[in-house]
Every structure is written in structure tokens, then in C-alpha cells.
Design a binder for this molecule. Sequence first.
Ligand SMILES: C[S@@+](CC[C@H](N)C(=O)[O-])C[C@H]1O[C@@H](n2cnc3c(N)ncnc32)[C@H](O)[C@@H]1O
Length: 302
Amino acid sequence: MHQNKNQNINKHIPVLLNEVIEYLSPRPGQNYLDLTAGYGGHAKVITDKIGSLNQSVLVDRDKNAIEELKKVFPANKIEIRWQDFYSASQALKQAGRQFDLILADLGVSSPHLNEGMRGFSINNSGPLDMRMDQSQLLTAEQVVNNYSEAQLVDILRRYGQEPKAVSIAKAIIKSRPVSSTNELASIVAQVWRKRGKLHPATRTFQAIRIAVNNELELLEKSLTLWPDLLKPDGRIAVISFHSLEDRLVKQAFKALSGNRLDAELQLITKRPVTASPNEVVHNPRARSAKLRVAVKINKKGN
Ligand SMILES: C[S@@+](CC[C@H](N)C(=O)[O-])C[C@H]1O[C@@H](n2cnc3c(N)ncnc32)[C@H](O)[C@@H]1O
């Protein structure tokens, strides 16, 4: 059988799948909210274990992911929302919805990184796009070509922890207009000159991507809403891929838990769970994944 080349490129392997199943421990009759459903890898296994799609919800801000989800899950059996998870969480909270299991597997998917045309990839050239939701107006091209030096330095430092933020910002401004990911990657490579294990533009790409998609602000605001979306004894799992995200998750879980009367959550993972060496060999994206899980305290004790 011929394998479609794109199928291979697009394949997204769910990270920490066994660990997510172990910690969320899905049971028949429960319902599930997937805040970053992507290509449905986690969602399929979890909803199969629950045994029904009834009352479960899948969210993603990427239209391509939504189209793929609709192929896997019958739209009349499960609610699929094309929305960012903050807007979706607000709407679900307003509607009084609650779930037994919630998963947020943050960041980008393999198709984002592998398809040059989406503009996330350092290695596959494409336009400077980087929007997860391609209906959004702000693109990486606008950030790279229109932002002031001070704005670029701020983004590179805050979202990329880039030590050469000032030199990179100056080099970008000198090279304007910059039109492709290749061009951006080589501008940064010229500033760094020496190449280590990571491509020297990795931090720059991460920073611009976070800025374009407003990733940290949406995460921070959403984290305070998620306990309200859990049923008593319900479980939430969050997978992050870099220290800026993980810090927000850790701080929010800590603020919502602890030995206090008003604590809403109890932590299940004292330390973040990481991928086994075997998983990293098969799925290098899992290398930086950190899983944190909490359970909603049942104050009525039912
Ligand atoms: C790591 S992938 C999730 C993969 C998924 N767990 C699977 O097994 O296929 C992350 C997904 O989250 C989506 N995403 C990231 N930030 C989002 C946000 N703020 N709101 C909604 N979706 C978001 C991305 O579009 C991407 O499809």
C-alpha cells in the first residue's frame, strides 16, 4: 500500500500518553474536556476508555486540527469547538458545564512544526506566519518587520530567554524586510556564529511564536478558570513544553492547592512527570514535556 507522504509528515504522536492515562485514569461513564485536542491522539484513547462521547468537548484554535478531529470523531456525537481555550473555558463556565477529566497538551503540534507553509519551522522554509489560528490578524511577518527594537528585545528576552536579544533585534531591523523563516533563521545564525546542539534561532522562533499566539497570557488567564470546569473529584492534566509554561502551571496549581480551607485542588504529581528515554527515542518532541496533574477537592465529600 502506498503511504501518502503528507500523512507521514503530518503525523502527531501524543506525548506521555501512558502517563496521562495512568494519572487521569478514565473510567466508563465519565466525560472529558480536551482543551488542545489537536489531532485527537489523547482524545481518542481517553474517550475509548470512557466508552462514550456524550457530554465531552474537544477544543482547538487551529482550523486544520478541527477538520482532522471531525474525521476521527462524529460531529453529532461530540462537541468540537474551533476556539482558543480561554474563550472556550469562559463559554463552558458560563454554561455551567463541568467535566470529570480535563487535558491541556500545550504548544504546537508536529504538523505545525513540519509544514514549512505554517511558518513555525526553522528547517522547512516558509512564510513568516506562526499563527495557530490562521484567521487571526497578527502574523510573525508583522512582528519581525514592524516591531520596534525595544519591542523585539522585550519579546526575545521574555519569551525566548535569549542572551543576544539586543544584537538579534538590531540584525533583524537591519535586514528588513524579512520575508521567510529561512531568512530569519540565517540572520540569527549570523549573530550567534557558533552552532551548538540546538539551532541558534530556536529561542528566537519560540519567542516570536509565543508573542504571535499570545500563548502565556492565554494560559495564565485560563489556569484560574479550569478548576471551575472540573466536577468534584475530577482530574486535570497539563503538559507543558518549556520552562515559561511549566512555571505558570506550577504556580497556578500551587496557588489553588495546599493545606487551606479554600484550596480547590490537590496535587497528584508532586514533581512534573517526564518522558521515558524510550519515548524520547521514538518521539523527540517528548524530550521537553512536563506533565502536572491535580484533582478537584470534593468539599461535600460525596
Ligand atoms: C501538542 S498539540 C496537541 C496534540 C493532541 N493532544 C493530540 O494528541 O493530537 C497542541 C494543540 O493545541 C492547540 N493550541 C495551542 N494553544 C491553544 C489555545 N490557546 N487554545 C486552543 N488550542 C490551542 C494547537 O493548535 C495544537 O493543535
